[in-house]
Ligand binder design. Structure first.
Ligand code: C5P
Length: 227
């Protein structure tokens, strides 16, 4: 059977990673969460004091880029690869609202994008990969055999993200999560380098009113037509 590349792009909290993970599992493909890579670089910048509420030392971050060691390790219990910063598994800490508040600023920096895109292209060079993000179908793998662009209303996306975060942090407010979703959409769609935009040949899926199973079956059928 032929191996293909599946690119899943779209707005934040549209359930891209849930879909991508189950597709990768069912096709025995590798799953790469590129948002986790931008989040890990953000965590690095926060820990080094390069970004906070009041300042962002972009030059300092660019200078430190060669020292950032990012890699994925497959976790057989979870069934997907987790992101590591050096020797540390950072999968659990990169999903916080604090990291979410800075990540889109970090992802605007062309040098950051260049480093991560290069790594993403090397992960996918043998095909058999499902990658999710914002620029996979437009920049990372413009020749991907299947491109999906996921959307849902901001209210529904914020509610989904809030439901995830409230379990870990009871002090979180829906309003703060909603603001973060809308702010990230704004930065991600208007940045100069690789903005979030639907590739011409991507299939748009508005999943506001689709169950996870309905989305999975829809995309799996599309993948199987191309294999
Ligand atoms: O997918 P996730 O919401 O975890 O991504 C976090 C942020 O990383 C996005 O809001 C976006 O700013 C950035 N990102 C990006 N390009 C990608 C993946 C994520 O700019 N391919």
């Amino acid at each position: 059977m032929k191996k293909i590349t599946i690119a899943i792009d779209g707005f934040s909290s549209t359930g891209k990673s849930t879909l991508a993970k189950s597709l990768a599992k069912s096709l025995s493909y590798v799953y790469i969460d590129t948002g986790a890579m931008y989040r890990a670089v953000t965590l690095f910048a926060m820990r080094k004091g390069l970004i906070d509420k009041n300042h962002f030392n972009k030059e300092g971050l660019v200078e430190s880029l060669p020292t950032i060691e990012l890699h994925f390790e497959y976790n057989p219990e979870k069934g997907f690869a987790e992101v590591f910063l050096g020797q540390e598994n950072v999968e659990g800490v990169i999903r916080s609202l604090e990291v979410s508040q800075y990540v889109s600023q970090i992802a605007e920096v062309p040098e950051v994008r260049r480093k991560l895109v290069e790594q993403q292209q090397s992960f996918g060079k043998s095909k058999g990969v499902v990658m999710d993000g914002r620029d996979i179908g437009t920049v990372v793998f413009p020749d991907a055999e299947l491109k999906v662009f996921m959307t849902a209303s901001p209210e529904i996306r914020a509610q989904r993200r809030y439901d995830e975060l409230i379990v870990k942090d009871p002090n979180i407010s829906y309003e703060a999560v909603f603001k973060n979703v809308v702010d990230r959409d704004q930065i991600d769609t208007t940045r100069a380098d690789s903005p979030l935009v639907k590739a011409d040949d991507a299939i748009e899926v508005d999943n506001s009113h689709l169950t996870i199973e309905e989305q999975f079956n829809l995309i799996l059928d599309l993948a199987q037509e191309r294999i």
